[in-house]
Design a protein around this ligand. Sequence first.
Ligand code: ADP
Length: 467
Amino acid sequence: MFLNKVNYRITGLFTLLFTLLSALTFSFLFILLQTFLRNEDHANLNFKLLGLEAQYHIGGVNMVVSKLDITDMMINGRPYFIRIVKGPNDVFLCPSGWQSFDFTPLQQAVHGEITTLTSRELNYELEVLTTITPDNCIIQTGISTQYRKNLTSILFKVFLIVFIPLIILSLILGTYFSSRALKPIENLTKAFKEIIHTGKRKKTPEAAGNGDLKELTRLFNIMLDKNETLIVGMKETLDNVSHDLRTPLTRLRGAAEVALSSGNPEIWSEALSDCIEESDSILKILNAIMDITAAENGVMTLNQTQFNLSKIIDSTADFYSFLAEEKMIRIKTYVDEDLIINADEGKLRQAVANLIDNAVKYSDNGGVIEILADKTRDSVEIKIRDNGKGISPLEINNIWDRLYRCSESRSEQGLGLGLSMVKAVIQAHKGEVSVTSTEGLGSVFTINIPLATNSDETVSAEKTEKD
Ligand code: ADP
């Protein structure tokens, strides 16, 4: 559990990295220092040896020995060792305190090289430099590694004294800062858990600053907001669909009951035609939902024929002018008479009808609706303009979503499927649909259906027929 927490894992990882890097740096420094001190010792030995050799050349072994100050045999304040071998029986060793070292390796010592001697009693070595004179006199001088060893051990202790508290501090600070930095993720986890356990949600606190985590919590909140809106929309739609289905189903049942209780064939046939009418309106709702799904999945089938779109627009506008009259709304049309295109007539009629229906539904009494249709260079453009309630800028991007209904419009009948249906149909024709709206002043919905695609498809449709 403890190790599962991301902040502890990050801190642990960084502390490990910090420890490794520090240990590496210290080791590197140790090696550098050791090499430097060893080189300095060897240079001093060399210097000393040169002096002794010069004395030897002037006055032989006796001169060297007579010049030695036994009480002050120091190199940089450290005692040094001298051994002079002139013949098998003539060995001079100074001072005698070095006796605990094993001198055997000195017999094979090579001119100009360092020989390292060890001792059983002491934990440091004696490094000896050898020179052999032309008359075979071996002069050797040495210095112990004790000083270097002591220095290294002191440095190591200092390293530990400084380093261990540093690691503890880095663990504490690392945990503190990583916990602080990862707080937004912890909040998100809590929010997820709360949603899973209670099914309800509180707003997740946004992360401080401007970093990625702030963006993450912001997007998370937006996603939850969207989901909430969708769920509310779906609930409402389910209510609306149930309501919209209940009415034709009740009427259908009523007509069937009347027919059953009557022995009159005339009533039977009237009831049957009522049943067909009611079934059609149920089918219409269900087909709309299925069509949108098909279009969203890119598999909407178009039954394409060549027809004059202006006739479709005019007849649909005529149909709605009766409805509009109830609200004293005038529908004006400015439609080019020649709008021959190759498309799915039924679906385009439905799309135009949905837009006019909305224009009537969301306009106040006495409003004016204008329908304009014209050919542009490469498309047919239809505009449906109303001076109704308009759409809030906060909601305008959502109106194309399936089941979305603006908060202002909930009092009106509707399923929130009309515009997604329009978008699905127009996109299936490779066209575009857009809206501009000013709240309180009205909206303009614009459809563009490309001519090029249509003519291409006409050709391929004709070709298929011939084949
Ligand atoms: P609905 O069944 O609610 O009309 P639509 O998909 O047709 O569903 O429209 C989605 C939402 O867009 C509507 O709920 C409404 O708020 C808004 N809307 C659509 N057309 C208009 C319009 N002409 N004027 C104002 N609001 C509109």
